[in-house]
Design a protein. Structure first.
Length: 230
């Protein structure tokens, strides 16, 4: 299984069993009748298998998502199958596509207009696909990550020099205020040092989904500067 999906599954399982989830369900039932009844987040998402219930459930979660992180995470979980299909059909040339699609989906969910009409799932997936295609042409981190041809092969002098240049550029971006310290650490550790995103997130007392979003936003800010320097 994809590492990001595995991390999301573990994160979701923990959230589903948590008191935070139970409190959220009680709170939602008062504000959104479509979300009333289920005892767990998993049971709520199971209800969306009913074609008649799914649109109202997802729309209710979308209305809450901008101010309620649990609602946003629940909506993201509901959209994961669609994001996986999107990665496997429209992004087959990019092995890291799913990570970016999930980050884009999280950002879109947290900023989803409450008054927007139409299917929430279709709208979010459409927006994600559009934004992914807009940013696909420049992918700085994957382009600069030094990799040997095998575990036993040492990086070349050119790779070492390039990695040092990238680190210097990233540190300069942090000092200028372009990216914050958390984003700098995530990029350096997960892109250059190949630390698993889940591990880096835990070290920052965050979740994999949140860390992925922070990293993606930072990389998006860096793309124009790196493109001009190349």
């Amino acid at each position: 299984m994809n590492k990001t999906l595995a991390a999301l599954d573990r994160e979701w399982a923990e959230l589903d069993r948590s008191r935070t989830a139970r409190v959220a369900l009680t709170r939602w039932a008062q504000a959104e009748p479509a979300l009333a009844g289920p005892a767990t987040l998993g049971a709520l998402l199971a209800r969306r298998r009913d074609p008649g219930a799914a649109p109202t459930i997802l729309a209710a979660l979308a209305r809450l998502a901008s101010d309620d992180e649990v609602a946003a995470r629940t909506l993201l979980q509901a959209l994961v199958p669609g994001l996986v299909r999107l990665a496997s059909t429209a992004c087959t040339d990019d092995p890291l596509a799913l990570d970016e699609l999930i980050s884009l989906a999280w950002e879109r969910i947290r900023t989803y207009p409450r008054t927007r009409n139409g299917s929430v799932a279709a709208n979010v997936l459409w927006d994600v696909r559009k934004r992914y295609r807009e940013h696909r042409s420049i992918d700085v981190p994957s382009a600069v990550t030094p990799r040997g041809t095998s575990e036993e092969t040492s990086p070349s002098a050119e790779d070492v020099a390039l990695a040092r240049t990238v680190v210097d550029d990233l540190v300069a971006a942090h000092r200028s205020g372009m990216i914050n310290e958390a984003a700098l650490s995530l990029i350096l550790r997960t892109r250059l040092c190949e630390v698993p995103l889940e591990t880096a997130a835990a070290d920052q007392h965050s979740t994999a989904a949140q860390a992925n979003c922070i990293r993606w936003r930072a990389e998006r800010r860096l793309r124009p500067a790196f493109a001009m320097a190349s």
